[in-house]
Design a protein around this ligand. Sequence first.
Ligand code: FAD
Ligand code: NAD
Length: 467
Amino acid sequence: MKNLKTKILIVGGGPAGYPCAIRAGQLGMDVVLVDASGLGGTCLNRGCIPSKAYIHAAGRLEEITAHAKESAMGISCAEPKLDMAGLKSWKDQLVGKLTGGIGMLLKAAGVNVLHGHANFSDAKTCVVKLADGGTQQITAEHVVLATGSTETELPFLPFSDRVLSSTSALELETLPKSLAVVGAGYIGLELGIAFAKLGSKVTFVEALDTILPQYDAEMTRPIKRWLKTHKVDLHLSAKAKGVNKDGLVFTDKSGTEQTIAAEKILIAVGRKPNTTGFGLENMAIDMDGDFIAVDDQCRTAMRNVWAIGDVVGEPMLAHKGTAQGEMVAEIIAGKKRKFDPAAIAAVCFTEPEIVGVGLTPDEAKTAGEKVITGKFPLAALGKALAMQSGTDGGFVRVTARQSDHVILGIHAVGAHVAELSGEFALALEMGARLEDIAGTIHVHPTLSEGFAESALAALGHPIHIKA
Ligand code: FAD
Ligand code: NAD
């Protein structure tokens, strides 16, 4: 077999691997990118983008249905119809457009892309089983592992036509009349709420006594309220046990066995890093639990082998992987970089949306900080009301150090608040104080005024609510 020699070999074309390849190409390095299941990885093909497309479509359907039931804002219309196969086909077109775009960007950066599965015999040598049937050996000076993660299967509820992973839930051609969702975390809630809006009868079974354990009770309350008012049942402290002909069998918090009628069951109980099946054991790399261990430059224990994205641990978010990928390319090119973000913002695209960056008040107190907080309800914001969204219980909350007013955390819940995450992350990254945010003129009318008002509230003198 002919050997291909390269400066950098990147394994995995997801949001961690492909930006690493593009940046390395921009820096003039010789790069090979190997990907087994489609450029864009989980995120573009079966994760972030397909789920957000479904969430958007479900919201659109819900709105039009509401106007058909009752005229509002002077708008009425006929009852809309859902063509699930049409929705899937629209999503597939969107994915095709974006993944095709990545192929073009990689080409423009001079990256040699191989479609296939890499298997390592030692840390710098692999054989790629190409999608077209051939094989290619590659040796590299630097190897970047960006192999990502996969959905977790429950042994007593193996995936099938009826028991769905997030991937298969996003491929359905018909809408299930009833859907039981195991796990009320990121994926369960995002997809479960979307399916409820599309018209499925959705029920959640969550092992913990709360939904979205990463966020505090004040933040999850508006989501719980939405579930209740939309007749979506939520069983907390409940354990899924199996499936029978009627549906999902589980034990409720009192230990009583129950069955939820469910045409389909979605399993959303977390994701596991892809660390097997590609010769990792031949690479002399240290592990950190289930993940590949890396330092603050994403170096593994093996010289010139790097790892980025979901495979190196939490948070398993696309933008974290992208930042690591871009950084590793620059370090290999000789630039001085390290991965040391002040905070990584996270958004859950539920109804309403939830955004968190930095510490919650409780986390800050546990870290030994004396804090002040400011909370501004979106119901007091003209733009929120004009978008019919202020009444969902949403707010912006800022947490700052009492002594110097440096902001330690920003959290928001409400329709459309995801778009505020960039300003929140910037405030933390720049070490902003409450006065910096309060003193920045925020455009009227926008939701971002809620951030400035929350800073004013923390300082004790908000304008649009009582001090
Ligand atoms: P991946 O995207 O998993 O890509 C890894 C790639 O490596 C894959 O293409 C795989 O085929 C390839 N690969 C693995 N092993 C080999 C091998 N041996 N040879 C060749 N190729 C290989 N994150 C967000 O930030 N925002 C969201 O809104 C969001 N929504 C999500 C919704 C869903 C339903 C899911 C499932 C995930 C979502 N995520 C979201 C998480 C996000 O998708 C991941 O954090 C992100 O994709 C991780 O990027 P990655 O590059 O590390 O890995
Ligand atoms: P998750 O960790 O967010 O939630 C899993 C939930 O399942 C938890 O609440 C957990 O208590 C529960 N659970 C675990 N085992 C259970 C069992 N046997 N029975 C009932 N409940 C059980 O995991 P996920 O929703 O699968 O998402 C995986 C990851 O994907 C996320 O952590 C996140 O990193 C990423 N993601 C991000 C976004 C986003 O950024 N908007 C969206 C989707 C996914």
